[in-house]
Design a protein around this ligand. Structure first.
Ligand code: HEC
Ligand code: HEC
Length: 157
């Protein structure tokens, strides 16, 4: 009985937060459409945004710098061929000997085709958009930028 109640609560909480990346894209579309010049999202613009090296308040960074040039790839801490910016897992840009990581050994792919958990929890997505957009750009990402990026990520199969 206890387990049954726990399971019910678990699924109820999932139902509250879970959505598909396509549903989330519609949320961004509705938000972006309030701008008069909105002409839809573009995977190409999303890819350019993802790869762009932007000089912001923290120096030169890109989304691809931490999530990998190919958003379908998993980034391994140290052994793997694809290295991310050290800050993705450590607290600093130049960790020294003995420096602990934030307990993160991998960065799993950002593209939903390679990682079905991505863009299914709106709160988590918004939190990380905030953190990363402020880090890279020094401002929040716009609904246009989020929608372009998600359109690009959904296009990589
Ligand atoms: C300094 C490293 C770093 C940079 C640069 C970075 N990210 Fe991230 N990002 C992370 C980490 C760490 C997480 C959380 C761990 C995880 O989910 O793999 C994350 C998670 C996310 C998520 C959460 C998605 C989900 O559903 O789980 C989104 C969205 C995201 N990043 C977008 C961006 C965008 C857009 C940019 C470029 C403007 C960017 N990131 C740049 C490190 C970075
Ligand atoms: C995908 C995650 C990830 C990335 C990216 C990453 N690290 Fe680490 N790093 C780890 C993990 C996990 C450990 C083991 C940490 C621990 O015990 O806390 C570690 C440990 C270390 C240590 C401590 C080694 C020791 O035993 O003294 C150093 C130094 C280090 N990393 C440097 C770097 C540098 C420099 C970069 C960027 C070029 C980098 N790391 C990028 C995950 C990462």
């Amino acid at each position: 009985m206890r387990l049954f109640i726990a399971l019910c609560l678990f699924f109820a909480s999932l139902a509250a937060a879970a959505m598909t990346p396509e549903q989330l894209l519609e949320v961004y579309r509705a938000a972006a459409a309030t701008a008069s010049h909105f002409k839809g999202f573009s995977a190409e613009r999303g890819r350019t945004f993802y790869e762009a090296k932007i000089t912001g308040p923290n120096g030169e960074h890109s989304c691809a710098g931490c999530h990998g040039p190919d958003p379908r790839s998993t980034i391994d801490g140290h052994g793997g061929a694809i290295r991310a910016e050290c800050r993705a897992c450590h607290l600093t840009d130049a960790p020294g000997p003995g420096e602990r990581s934030k307990m993160r050994r991998h960065i799993r792919p950002l593209a939903p085709s390679a990682n079905p958990d991505r863009f299914t929890d709106a709160d988590k997505v918004e939190l990380w958009f905030d953190v990363n957009c402020f880090f890279v750009l020094g401002r929040p990402c716009t609904a246009q930028e989020k929608g372009d990026l998600l359109t690009y990520l959904l296009s990589v199969k």
